[in-house]
Write a protein that binds this ligand. Sequence first.
Ligand code: PLP
Length: 461
Amino acid sequence: MTGSNRIKPDDIQKWDNDHVFHPWESMGTDDADLGIINAASGIYMTDPDGRRMIDGPGGMWCVNIGHGRAEMAKAISDQASKLGYSSPWTSATKPSSILARRIAEKTPGDLNTVFFTTGGSSAVDTALRFVHFYNNIKGRPEKKITIAREKGYHGSTYLSASVSGKERDRKFLDTNKDMVRFLPNVNPYIRPEGMSIEAWRDEKLADLENMILATGPEKVAAFIAEPILASGGVIVPPEGYHKGCLEICRKYDVLYISDEVVTGFGRLGHWFASQEVFGITPDIITCAKGLTSGYVPMGAAIFSDSLLADIQDENNGDILFSNGYTYSGHPVSAAAALKNMDIIEEENLLRHVREITPHFQARLKELGNRHRIIGDARGMGLLGCLEGAAAPGSPESIKLPIDLEFGHRMDVATEKRGLLVRPIINMCVFSPPLVITKEEIDTMFDILDEAIAEVQAEMMP
Ligand code: PLP
């Protein structure tokens, strides 16, 4: 192979098109060039021409401490030099044990036992496999069904994809349908005209209770929910929704899995959002992404002591939780996660997010009020979504978008102005690095403002 300094951007694009099979890749025959990113620093990503763009999605909801941190690179390098790998089956390591203890200090209630995974999907997979294991040990093997929600996203392994409720993703890939039931979309934006948000919440809570009753509580093992449905379009459920869901779960002996892969590690201004923002202590929390700020892969499923105590017994010594990964608790990933937590603490990033959030959300709402083409501008913390307006006459419960291409058009219009967003059909979403300043937020929303005006002029002249 030629020396890397002789490799041209065109080569990279060609080799990528010819040989890299990307997530969610289209089976069409046109190779759509994905932009090449050469480098990144702070909230900016740089293309091969040296053009800097704001990283609106924060990588993929993950680069919480920002890009290009020299101290993070050093922590990774130091750990790789000292101990690059050791089997989690047969050994404990300093970074993974310190990290588990530190995570346990941040979680609510008695969620003190951390199962390390390779990312979010494997964290959710581990949580669901544990629930099955738990009920098998408890002698109720029929209690296996998970209740999940339309528009939820929990991952791409067979089991985590089976509990994900984004219709388009399920069309040509098989999932396990026997083990899952889906609840209707909880998005307040689609509630019927005139219905109060409280009435909408009560209807959504009734959906959960009715589903448990219709399925049979003796068959329902768990309810899984993202505190905010991120990939589904930053759907913020009505106030009191999660508390209500937890009460229903407790009533029918159903375990609550809070999927904090996006909301964990600062996105809403707290280490975890379940208790601090939504007032619930679930049985299991899953996390990933912000755990290492995306520098290296790692995830975790965190279990409550009481759940484990329930199945631990002096006679159960032969029962093994036969689930795990070669890279569970990887020392280099654990060292990166520890450095990530140090940075979040030393730079007071959680407080920064709480302080900057009102400005971020106010600028987001403003866009919704100013442009006809925006149907809904919603978000929480440093999470935002712009949804294209519904076509006139479309039923409230569906809100057919005026243009399915809205997300794509926004992507093009913002990128040429120096901002990357994540397009999702008729929406675009963003979750910038938590280190973003007030001035940078203003730059980001000024670009969005101009881009929306351009897209509106094209589509709603
Ligand atoms: N859970 C949630 C809420 C997510 O948003 C994601 C990814 O976007 C996952 C799980 C899957 O995580 P990963 O892509 O690291 O496997």
